[in-house]
Design a protein around this ligand. Structure first.
Ligand code: ZN
Length: 298
């Protein structure tokens, strides 16, 4: 090996170390050392919709919830899984939106023995909704999407995931911040709830009728979780159950700001001042635009 090769090798090593550090910094571990299971989350960049992937692992095996949207972001998740030295046994999607399932194509390529599962109704929604969604997502992201064909999950016979003997019941068909059809996973062994898009720990779109949303939040709160994972959040956000209160506070602040704003831009500005650095400003923009649209005359 000549000096040029040695130099190239060193540069490649340095680049790979910087990359690994960047990924490690992006990983938020929420469980205490010595917990029966470890839960950690990775959140994508705003370009990838700030979507959260959750990994849960025991002594040997690992489970992944929501495998990202983009190829580039799923690649980080793959590196994280490899770095744990555990075997990926199961991948689960909380609901049928592409930002929570499309990356599975890349993950399954890296771990072909893993099983991809979802609730039967989620599988059905992927089948019916993907063709139209594909027409939106591909012109938007092109080559950074892992697959033009949606890989279909195996329908779960029972709403429960299992890892190394620990059961994780799934509560299905919940109404959350991104509409109906969401599920959440409860992990009693570590008092955790992985909530998918029931919860955004970021700017969000307040629903006109908050009653069903708040009923879902109450169902989660009744489990007294110590860890709550939101489907979307800013990088580095702790998976704190305080998010259940944050959503109510944010919606209250949004409604108050609406009362004293005359344009969507003014409303947005007020909310950005109240909640700086929260992430998903695109959701706030949509919410602000929407709330100024006059209601249909009856
Ligand atoms: Zn989402």
């Amino acid at each position: 090996m000549n000096m040029k090769h040695v130099r190239t090798g060193l540069i490649l090593l340095a680049v790979s170390l910087v990359f690994r550090c960047a990924v490690a910094q992006d990983l938020i571990t929420s469980t205490e050392p010595g917990s029966p299971l470890t839960l950690a989350t990775f959140t994508s960049t705003p370009h990838g919709y700030a979507v959260t992937s959750t990994i849960v692992y025991g002594k040997k095996d690992l489970l992944l919830i929501d495998p990202q949207l983009l190829l580039s972001e799923a690649g980080h998740v793959i590196d994280i899984i490899k770095g744990t030295g555990r075997k990926l046994t199961t991948i689960y999607s909380t609901h049928a939106h592409p930002d929570h399932f499309l990356g599975v194509a890349a993950v399954l390529k890296a771990f072909p023995d893993a099983k991809y599962v979802a609730l039967p109704e989620v599988r059905e929604r992927i089948v019916t909704a993907w063709p139209a969604r594909r027409n939106f997502w591909f012109p938007t992201y092109g080559d950074d999407l892992p697959s033009e064909v949606a890989i279909l999950p195996e329908p779960l016979a029972k709403p429960v995931l299992t890892l190394e003997g620990f059961d994780m019941p799934i509560t299905r068909e919940q109404i959350g911040l991104d509409g109906a059809g969401n599920s959440f996973v409860y992990i009693p062994a570590i008092d955790a709830v992985v909530a998918g898009d029931i919860i955004f720990n970021s700017h969000l779109r307040p629903p006109a009728d908050t009653v069903p949303l708040y009923a879902t939040l109450d169902r989660i709160a009744a489990l007294h979780p110590k860890i709550v994972v939101a489907g979307h959040q800013a990088k580095g956000t702790a998976n704190d159950p305080q998010v259940l209160n944050f959503i109510r506070e944010y919606i209250g602040a949004f409604r108050m700001a609406r009362l004293v704003s005359t344009t969507p831009a003014e409303l947005q500005e007020k909310m950005l001042k109240l909640y700086p650095g929260l992430g998903r400003e695109d959701a706030l923009e949509q919410a602000a635009q929407q709330i100024f649209v006059p209601a249909n005359p009856k």
